[in-house]
Write a protein that binds this ligand. Sequence first.
Ligand SMILES: CC(C)(COP(=O)(O)OP(=O)(O)OC[C@H]1O[C@@H](n2cnc3c(N)ncnc32)[C@H](O)[C@@H]1OP(=O)(O)O)[C@@H](O)C(=O)NCCC(=O)NCCS
Length: 147
Amino acid sequence: MLISREMVLDQDIGLNATLFGGDMMSRMDKVAGITASLMSHNRRFVTLKVSELEFHSPVRAGDIIEFYAEITRQGTTSMTVALEVKVYAPVSNARRDVTTGEFVMVAVDDNLRPEPILWKQDMVKSAGVEHQHRVASGASKSRKKKA
Ligand SMILES: CC(C)(COP(=O)(O)OP(=O)(O)OC[C@H]1O[C@@H](n2cnc3c(N)ncnc32)[C@H](O)[C@@H]1OP(=O)(O)O)[C@@H](O)C(=O)NCCC(=O)NCCS
């Protein structure tokens, strides 16, 4: 499911004339939080764990980046959000894989203690269905296996 699109500006660019990796991690963390909120009736989520973060190709100033999310695990108080970030070129309608990662998000109460997730199952389902559609249409590339 497409969660958001953002423009990368000159001010976001680091030493190698590309987007700083920490900037991308911050953006992804926010998108994981937004995704968790969209999938549930809970008021608050915190990030428990980030894993399998992989930077596939660089991002430059002027690039439009897209954040796609899929819920890969539905727990009691936690969910795993798999994110794919792509650069989208509107002129050619082409997409390029940029970054992937997994975020474990925990629903918490006012005391920041875990509480059960109140799922919006229709949202979780549609995220999965849209993801499968993108895979079928070639918009989502599976990750290359390393030797
Ligand atoms: C998130 C936090 C509230 C969890 O507290 P906790 O006492 O460890 O909670 P629990 O042991 O009850 O686990 C909560 C959920 O996380 C899951 N979990 C715990 N450790 C995990 C791990 N290492 N990997 C994956 N899931 C894990 C548990 O299975 C449980 O999910 P479930 O109910 O769906 O099965 C606590 O660790 C915390 O406050 N962390 C800091 C969060 C934060 O500030 N994030 C911002 C980063 S600066």
